[in-house]
Structures are given as structure tokens and as C-alpha cells.
Design a protein around this ligand. Structure first.
Ligand SMILES: NC(=O)c1ccc[n+]([C@@H]2O[C@H](COP(=O)([O-])OP(=O)(O)OC[C@H]3O[C@@H](n4cnc5c(N)ncnc54)[C@H](OP(=O)(O)O)[C@@H]3O)[C@@H](O)[C@H]2O)c1
Length: 422
């Protein structure tokens, strides 16, 4: 196995070495350098023909070029694999029939507990999404504002990847998100129509409010309140172009308000959560209401965004100990812990070996004692930046109050345990 991992890593690093460096540089602004690459390779309209091509033709040629570039990368990688005399294991990866466990949402629809996040993938979105579908991932998380480099949006790259993957659309659960800019009905409808076109689909499995308001974002101009946006989103559910609704980065008071005034239709809550930051206040509400909780940055990327230089989660002593006991990676342990606590996960990686390993995390068997040790890591360090998360806000509404009373009674009676039951 070790030999196989080394071979895959060496092959991958050899082919992708340049890409990795590009990705590092591009993270602050994912498409900053790519337009230039594209311009130099794309057939310029004025050189290629006398007639000025229509917008549709231009879009098509750009799309074709992007697909060609992605295919070239794939071809190079396949060639590396053929040259490798130990490629049997690689074949096993490609044809894996495995599926992650699912959860039934309030709507009655099934959603995989483990999916692919695409925020940090940059120009790897197409390639990684296609590989993920081959491995067995069946949930893709994206957003209107995510970019895929080369002037392409993440949604568009995902649309191409799904179409070229050979996986039937109805097997895939797609999540995308709208910003407060799109809360007004006319804006929302246009935004969702654009997502449908880019994702090459007739419906979105779950549409999410990315942020309840614009906060400090200077590029954001809200066209309504989150409650107004929500009511408009419900209309799209009635029309059948959206199947389920969710929210992200909401404070507990906002979740409760939306739950009560928005018709109790929240299927999914996507917030930052990892072993050091377990968002217990929000999870009290989601547990009480039956809203499914989904963690973003579950592998610790939130701490790097917060200014830390080394990922504290994947380097945590307890997590590493549990990982070596199970011959697993720390990332696999974290993912399995979250799923065991009924938290859906959407890890993201630009690396094929990690993509495969992350997916297989659900097969681990971690005993309750070790799961509790990870529960106990909550609050080990505190974030510097306040995220859209309940733990930075004091108070909370009726659900929080009820849960706090229940937990005090339980602790007085000496029953139950913190964290694990949420
Ligand atoms: N709703 C929101 O506001 C919001 C905010 C943030 C994220 N999200 C969603 O949640 C998804 C996941 O969150 P995230 O990207 O912030 O964080 P994450 O999944 O916790 O971490 C991603 C990082 O971890 C590394 N990684 C992945 N697998 C690994 C492994 N097995 N071992 C070691 N390192 C590994 C990746 O690096 P390599 O690429 O080098 O492997 C990547 O930089 C996003 O892609 C996005 O879809 C939503």
C-alpha cells in the first residue's frame, strides 16, 4: 500500500508540479493569472475569421478549449499510469462502485453525508470533480461566487465535468448558493437560471443562502432581507427547479427567526465546524428542528484562513494517535468522527490520492471512546476572526434556552455527555 501511495504521489507531483505552484499563487484571487494563459492559447476571433463571432460561438470555443486543456492533463496522467508497471491498484480506484452513506432530509429526499467541496480547487475544479464522480462521490458543493480560473466559474467547470463523467444527473446531489445580491425575485430568478445553464441541469438539488447579509463585503449589495430572499426561494421550490433549501453562516437567532417565519422548510445548515470548533449552539437548534448540519472547513482550513501557519487539526496529537491506531490518515479520522456525529462533510482537495482517501473515510470503524476524545477537543483554541457562527454571539433563542436547561438537568442527574449527543 505504501508503495502504491508513493507511486501515485510521484506520478501526480510530476505531472501537477507546475499546477500546484500556480494554485498556491492563485488562491487570493483565483482567476487573476488564468485569463492571460487563456488569451495566449485561444484562437483570437479577429485572427481566426473575418466575421465577428456571436457571444454563443465565443463561449463555445472557450468551453471547447477548456475541455481540451483538461483532457490533455488527463491524457498525460493516464500515460504516466501506463508507464507504471504497478498500475493495478490505480484501476481499482477508477472503477470503484462505492457510495457514501446518505441521510434523509426533511423533504424526504436523500443526500450523501460525504461530498466534494470546490471552493479552493481553482483550475482543478473540472478534473477533480470528474475524478470524484469516478471514485464514487455523489454530492458536489459549489456557489455562484466560486471561480475555477481561466475566466470560468466553478459552476460551469462542474457542469462540464458532470456531463463528461458519464454519471447520470439524477445520481448526483448538487448544492449551490446565492448571495444577498440575489434576494429580490427578479435577481434570484436570473441567478438560478444562470446556475442551471452553467451546471447543465434542469434543477438544483439544494439552493442555499450563502450569507444572511452582506456584512463587511464591499462587493455585496443586498436586494432584500434574508427572509424575503427565503420566501422567493420557496417559490422556486414550488416551480420544481429547486428541490431543497438551506442556509449558511447564520447566527443562532437568525436560524430561529427563519425557521419560525420561513415555514420550517430549512433542510440543511452549512457552517464552519471542525474538532476545535464544534458549533454546539447551532447544532442544538438543528438537532431539535431536524435540520441536517453540514460542516465546511472540517479539515481545519478555517484556522489557516484565521492566520495560523500550520493546520492545527491535521496535526493534533489526539487525532494523529487515533489515526495511527486505525492505520488511517488524520483527515480520514476527522471526516469519520464528523459523520459519526451526524454531521455531513464536504472536504476539498486538489490531490487525487487525498480525494480517494477522503472518500474512503466513511469505511473506518472508530470506537465511541475515541470519538469522545475528539468531542473533547472542542474549544481547544479560539478563532481570532468572528465567523458567521453562533459561538461568537451571546444569547440565543428558545431552542438554545431549552437545550441549555435540559443539559443542566442532565448534568445534575449525571446522565448524558457533552458534544456527542448533539
Ligand atoms: N458556506 C461557506 O461559506 C463555505 C466556506 C468555506 C468552504 N465552504 C465549502 O466547504 C468546502 C470545504 O471547505 P474548505 O475548502 O474551506 O476546507 P477543508 O475541506 O477543511 O480543507 C481543504 C484543505 O485541506 C487540504 N486537504 C484536503 N484533504 C486532505 C488530506 N487528506 N490530508 C491533508 N490535507 C488535506 C486541502 O489541500 P490540498 O488541496 O493540497 O489537498 C485543502 O487546502 C469548500 O470547498 C466549499 O465547498 C463553504
Amino acid at each position: 500500500m505504501f508503495r502504491f501511495v508513493c507511486i501515485v504521489l510521484i506520478a501526480f507531483v510530476a505531472v501537477r508540479g507546475e499546477d500546484e505552484i500556480d494554485n498556491e499563487e492563485s488562491r487570493p484571487n483565483l482567476d487573476s493569472f488564468e485569463d492571460e494563459d487563456f488569451e495566449t492559447e485561444a484562437p483570437r476571433a479577429d485572427e481566426a475569421q473575418d466575421d465577428v463571432p456571436s457571444a454563443d460561438q465565443r463561449e463555445k470555443s472557450q468551453e471547447e478549449l477548456l475541455t481540451e486543456l483538461d483532457q490533455q492533463i488527463e491524457e498525460n496522467e493516464k500515460q504516466e499510469e501506463i508507464n507504471d508497471d504497478d498500475n493495478e491498484d490505480i484501476d481499482k480506484i477508477i472503477i470503484s462502485p462505492d457510495r457514501a452513506p446518505t441521510v434523509t432530509l426533511k423533504s424526504g429526499r436523500e443526500m450523501p453525508m460525504l461530498g466534494l467541496g470546490t471552493y479552493r480547487l481553482g483550475k482543478s475544479v473540472y478534473k477533480i470533480t470528474k475524478e470524484a464522480l469516478e471514485i464514487g462521490y455523489r454530492l458536489i458543493d459549489t456557489a455562484k461566487i466560486y471561480e475555477a480560473g481561466r475566466g470560468e466559474t466553478s459552476e460551469a467547470a462542474i457542469g462540464r465535468a458532470i456531463e463528461n463523467s458519464g454519471v447520470s444527473r439524477d445520481e448526483i446531489f448538487i448544492i449551490t448558493k446565492v448571495m444577498p445580491n440575489d434576494f429580490a425575485m427578479s435577481k434570484l430568478r436570473a441567478a438560478v437560471q444562470d446556475s442551471l445553464k452553467k451546471l447543465r441541469t434542469e434543477y438544483i438539488d439544494l439552493l442555499m443562502i450563502h450569507y444572511p447579509d452582506c456584512g463587511e463585503d464591499p462587493s455585496c449589495r443586498a436586494t432584500g432581507t434574508y427572509l424575503e430572499g427565503w420566501k422567493n426561494m420557496l417559490q422556486l421550490v414550488e416551480e420544481g427547479i429547486v428541490k431543497d433549501l438551506g442556509i449558511s453562516n447564520f447566527f443562532t437567532e437568525e436560524v430561529e427567526k427563519l425557521w419560525v417565519e420561513g415555514g420550517q422548510r430549512i433542510s440543511l445548515m452549512q457552517n464552519w465546524l471542525d474538532p476545535y470548533f464544534q458549533d454546539s449552539q447551532t447544532r442544538i437548534i438543528t438537532t431539535r428542528t431536524g435540520i441536517q448540519f453540514q460542516a465546511y472547513s472540517v479539515l481545519g482550513a478555517g484556522w489557516l484562513d484565521d492566520g495560523m501557519r500550520k493546520n492545527p487539526i491535521l496535526n493534533d496529537k489526539t487525532i494523529k494517535e487515533i489515526a495511527s491506531k486505525h492505520l488511517a490518515t488524520p483527515a480520514q479520522v476527522v471526516l469519520k468522527w464528523a459523520m459519526a456525529r451526524n454531521i455531513a462533510v464536504i472536504p476539498s482537495t486538489t490531490n487525487s490520492t487525498r480525494l480517494y482517501a477522503n472518500f474512503n473515510s466513511y469505511k473506518l470503524n472508530i470506537d465511541e471512546q475515541d470519538l469522545k476524545r475528539i468531542d473533547g477537543l472542542d474549544g481547544k483554541i479560539q478563532p481570532l476572526i468572528a465567523y458567521g457562527n453562533s459561538q461568537q454571539k451571546a444569547g440565543g433563542g428558545i431552542f438554545t434556552l431549552m437545550a441549555n436547561i435540559a443539559s443542566k438537568v442532565k448534568s445534575f442527574l449525571g446522565v448524558g455527555s457533552a458534544g456527542g449527543e448533539l
